[in-house]
Structure formats: structure tokens, C-alpha cells
Write a protein that binds this ligand. Structure first.
Ligand SMILES: [Zn+2]
Length: 453
């Protein structure tokens, strides 16, 4: 039994009047965000300008605090003037926008000071009309209705859900779940509510706690397991591409928007675009469903799962791989394995990014100097083993973790396995040596933008 934070998302079927209210709340959040951002930006610009005149700290315009608390305080003083219609929406809508702004500014400041990993953050940008619609409620009357077919939202009232809320309602009635917040959002033509829930989970322990499974992710097969099983790649995106091309040709024949001459798109063009969106949503849902089934099965059956530390961001920058990698959802697969393993009490090991899992012989441990991506089988010169390339890699991954180890190293990175000289640290051009795609920087000089459909 473990207490975790989990999201429950339900599609909504709001009445027209409620949909209007949902839009209004999302707009209110945007108004508060933009108001706060303009205020902070003006203050920062003013101080920067004064500093160029050589003024010292005491003589500068005092800085405005961007904590969520003071932003909210300032908003309450200014709202009559800035948004005379403020009473139409729940106060949560404004608080949400200001809290998001405080987070964004905090992230930006941390990034400037080098306190954050990853790419540098830019200064927060104003939210335009096309920015995603969403709004979060953290206090007030929200939750599930007793009939299990409606949700309660502050100000908006009882909104019909598209499906039954039973799976969450049972937890709430039993007292094993507490709803912390509700976020409404508009995605692909439909409204959703997502509840953040603190939940006490009782997951079954792995059926074979001593078993270790290595998972080699790929594009040809979605995954090859060290047990010898190969999970085929369903290629949802490839299947949909034909229809997608047809729809995009159809859209090209219709009157689309043109910003230069301020032309509004035609109703027929909009209709086609809605179909494109729906097709993408179908692909996303099918992919997610398959990944969930696979990852649940893995952590339920095995005591330890070993995966590779794939550089997914780098691979999607390679234009030949991008669509295929994005079509598999490798990063999502890893994310799901990691959190589900924690729930199920299984261990996850992430092999080092440069560990030569494909080039190592899983029988004798000899590392081949070169193995082309086109070579689908590994033929070992030392012991004469002939084995499918991906299965060999999966077995090597599984071998990184000794069976029945006691160290509960969840998500730990396993570096150099015993008896394995890590020698692959030299030239790695695309398609050679490592058996996996090139790291960031290699082979991406030609074109920076890859088309990840
Ligand atoms: Zn061998």
C-alpha cells in the first residue's frame, strides 16, 4: 500500500451555457496572467533603464514582488479597473493565472542563475488567443456528484461527464482517495476535467519477484524482451498517414486563413481541420493504450525491468528517425515503466547511454568493434553465437542486474557491468557503431528542424 498522487481525467459533455462559462474561466485566467506579466515586465524594464543611467540600488524604482501571494494581492486591488467583469468567474480562475505566472517567472529566474538543468528558459511570454484553454481549481466546491455521471465545478455547476466516474467515485466513497484539485482543459475539440488525487493504492506484487527482464526498444519491433518475446510495432501513425495526406490535400483545396490579407478561413476548411485533429487524437489514444498495456504487464510480471537510457530528444532531431521514434512513444514508455514500477514494487534500472548493449555478445561478453544498423543478427567471432540483434541487446540489459539483488535502487543508472570493457567512446557517426542513433550534435548539421508529425 502506498499513497501516491495520481490524475483521473474525464471527458466532459457540457451544455452550451456551461461551455460558455468554461471558456470564460479560461479567458479570465489568461487575463490575470497577462496583466501580471505586463506589470512585472514594466517594472523590470524600468529598473534596467535606470541602471544604465548609473543609479545605485537605493535610488532605483522599488522592485515588484512576483510571488503568487503578492500578485494576487495586487490583482485584487486592480481588478475593478482591469477587469470590471471579474465577478462573472470564480476567483480561482484569476489565482490560477497568477500562480502560473509566479512559477514561470521563478523558473526563468532560476534558469538565468544556472539553477536549472536543460535548455535556458526565456522570459515568460504573453498568452495569445490561440494559447491552450485550461483553468485549475484548488479551493471551493468541486468534486464528483453522487450519480457518478456529473462533476461539480465552482461557479460552473454540475457538468455531465462523457463516461462514468465510477473508478474514482469508488475510491472516494471508500475513503482511499482525496481530490486535491480540478483542472479543466480544451483539447482536440473536447473539454476535459482532470482531478489530481491523493490515492492509497493496493497493487499486486510482481508475480515473479526474482525475475529480471531486459527491454530493448526499437522501431522495427516496439520492444524485444530478454525472454525472447517481441512486441510488434503497431505503427498507428503510418496507418493514419494515408488518410492524413488525403485530408491535407482536401484542406489545400479549401479557403484557409491568410494573415497577410486578414482572410478568415471558410467553414469547409474548418471542417477538414477538425477531421485532421480527430485523426491525430485517434492515433495518440491508440498509441497510449498499447503502451499502457505493455508497461503494466512488464511491472506486474517481473521484479526488475532494465531499459536503456535513450536520447529521445536527440533522436527526434534526426530527420530520418524523428517520425518513427515519435510514432513509437519511447519517452512515454520509459516514463510509464518508471512510475508503474514504483507502484507495483518492481525495480527499474536504466543502463548507461553509452553501454554497448547491441555490440556485446550476450554469451561470452566480447564486444565487437563495429556492428552496422543494417546487420540484424549478431555473429560472435569468439564463441560463434548467432542471435537476433535486438534479443541479444535485451539479454545484455537483463544481465546488468544480478538476479535477486537486495539493493532497492529504483531508477538507478547502471554503468559499467562487470567484465565489460567500455570501449565505445570514439567516433559515432549516424548509423554505425553503437547500434543506436547518433547523440545530439552528430549528423544534425544539415537541417535543424526535423518534421515530427
Ligand atoms: Zn560470444
Amino acid at each position: 500500500m502506498s499513497s501516491v498522487i495520481q490524475a483521473y481525467r474525464f471527458a466532459l459533455d457540457p451544455a452550451p451555457v456551461q461551455e460558455q462559462a468554461l471558456r470564460s474561466h479560461c479567458g479570465a485566467r489568461r487575463r490575470a496572467f497577462n496583466w501580471g506579466l505586463a506589470r512585472i515586465k514594466a517594472n523590470l524594464d524600468q529598473r534596467a533603464a535606470e541602471m544604465t543611467y548609473g543609479l545605485v540600488e537605493d535610488e532605483l524604482t522599488p522592485s515588484v514582488s512576483w510571488s503568487a501571494y503578492s500578485l494576487r494581492k495586487d490583482w485584487n486591488q486592480a481588478k475593478d479597473e482591469v477587469a470590471p467583469w471579474w465577478a462573472e468567474n470564480s476567483k480561482e480562475a484569476y489565482s490560477c493565472g497568477l500562480a502560473n505566472l509566479a512559477t514561470a517567472l521563478g523558473n526563468w529566474a532560476d534558469s538565468q542563475r544556472g539553477k536549472r538543468n536543460g535548455r535556458r528558459f526565456g522570459f515568460p511570454r504573453f498568452k495569445g488567443r490561440r494559447s491552450g484553454l485550461s483553468c485549475r481549481f484548488t479551493t471551493g466546491a468541486f468534486g464528483l456528484a453522487d450519480d457518478r455521471r456529473h462533476v461539480k465545478l465552482p461557479r460552473i455547476g454540475l457538468v455531465r461527464t462523457h463516461e462514468s466516474t465510477r473508478r474514482l467515485a469508488r475510491h472516494v466513497e471508500r475513503g482511499t482517495a482525496r481530490i486535491r484539485s480540478a483542472t479543466v482543459s480544451f483539447r482536440a475539440g473536447r473539454w476535459f476535467v482532470s482531478f489530481s488525487v491523493e490515492i492509497t493504492r493496493t497493487d499486486p506484487l510482481p508475480t515473479r519477484p526474482g525475475s529480471v527482464v531486459g527491454v530493448d526498444l526499437g522501431v522495427k519491433s516496439l520492444a524485444v524482451l530478454s525472454t525472447g518475446e517481441s512486441i510488434p510495432n503497431p505503427r498507428h501513425l503510418e496507418t493514419a498517414l494515408r488518410e492524413l495526406r488525403r485530408l491535407q490535400r482536401q484542406a489545400a483545396r479549401r479557403t484557409g486563413p491568410d494573415r497577410r490579407i486578414r482572410r478568415q478561413p471558410s467553414a469547409r476548411w474548418r471542417k477538414t481541420q477538425a477531421r485532421v485533429t480527430r485523426l491525430h487524437t485517434t492515433v495518440v489514444n491508440a498509441r497510449r493504450d498499447g503502451l499502457h498495456k505493455l508497461t503494466t504487464r512488464l511491472v506486474r510480471a517481473h521484479g526488475a525491468v532494465v531499459i536503456e537510457d535513450l536520447n529521445v530528444a536527440g533522436m527526434t532531431r534526426n530527420r530520418r528517425l524523428a517520425r518513427h521514434v515519435a510514432g513509437v512513444g519511447m519517452a512515454e514508455l520509459r516514463r510509464q515503466i518508471e512510475y508503474k514500477a514504483q507502484w507495483a514494487g518492481a525495480r527499474v534500472h536504466v543502463a548507461d547511454r553509452w553501454y554497448p548493449s547491441s555490440k556485446t555478445c550476450s554469451a561470452c561478453g566480447v564486444v565487437k568493434a563495429k556492428l552496422r544498423l543494417s546487420e540484424r543478427t549478431l555473429c560472435c567471432d569468439a564463441c560463434g553465437l548467432v542471435l537476433d540483434r535486438d534479443l541479444n541487446a535485451a539479454r545484455n540489459l537483463a544481465a546488468l542486474v544480478p538476479r535477486e539483488t537486495s539493493s532497492p535502487s529504483c531508477g538507478a543508472t547502471v554503468n559499467e557491468p562487470a567484465g565489460n570493457p567500455g570501449k565505445t567512446r570514439t567516433a559515432r557517426a549516424t548509423g554505425t557503431a553503437t547500434g543506436r542513433p547518433a547523440p545530439v550534435g552528430a549528423g544534425q548539421r544539415r537541417r535543424r528542424k526535423a518534421t515530427a508529425v
